[in-house]
Design a protein around this ligand. Structure first.
Ligand code: 1AG
Length: 134
């Protein structure tokens, strides 16, 4: 049985989100707002199909994908750069590689107890966020 990420998750901590946003070229004013947000994630997982809705008072982002199937990602409302993304399992971790203008871009999700982890990577920056099950 694979891990089930389904559920509603609220951000409790974020480490080096600033560095990650700088690597993506996000402007000063947007970074100041973005860093105080407490986003909520609603994840639906059915077999190999996932949808992840990240909602905040400022911007929201929706992505859906099937494991192992490359898709076009537009990063609308974030840095707006298009990339080709693919999500695969690494044991119980969900690993996304986002190929495009930025080197080493991607993210990893995993669960420990009632906490959801998200590592966001861009160039030499790594941001680690923790979400608690609502
Ligand atoms: C995400 O990816 C994307 C959602 O979680 C936000 C993560 C990082 C933000 C990316 C770049 C910063 C650009 C603009 C900042 C403005 C607002 C921040 C808004 C945060 C809430 C949407 C992983 C996800 C899988 O697709 O969980």
């Amino acid at each position: 049985m694979p891990v089930d990420f389904s559920g509603t998750w609220n951000l409790t901590s974020s480490d080096n989100f600033e560095g990650y946003m700088l690597a993506l070229g996000i402007d000063f004013a947007t970074r100041k707002i973005a860093k105080i947000l407490k986003p909520q994630k609603v994840i639906e997982q059915e077999g190999n199909s996932f949808s992840i809705q990240t909602t905040s008072t400022f911007r929201s982002y929706f992505v859906q994908f099937k494991i192992g199937e490359e898709f076009e990602e537009d990063n609308k409302g974030l840095d707006h750069r298009k990339c080709k993304s693919i999500v695969t399992w690494d044991n119980d971790k969900l690993v996304c590689v986002q190929t495009g203008d930025k080197k080493n871009r991607g993210w990893t999700h995993w669960i420990e107890g009632d906490q959801l982890y998200l590592e966001l990577r861009c160039e030499d920056q790594v941001c680690t966020q923790v979400y608690k099950r609502a």
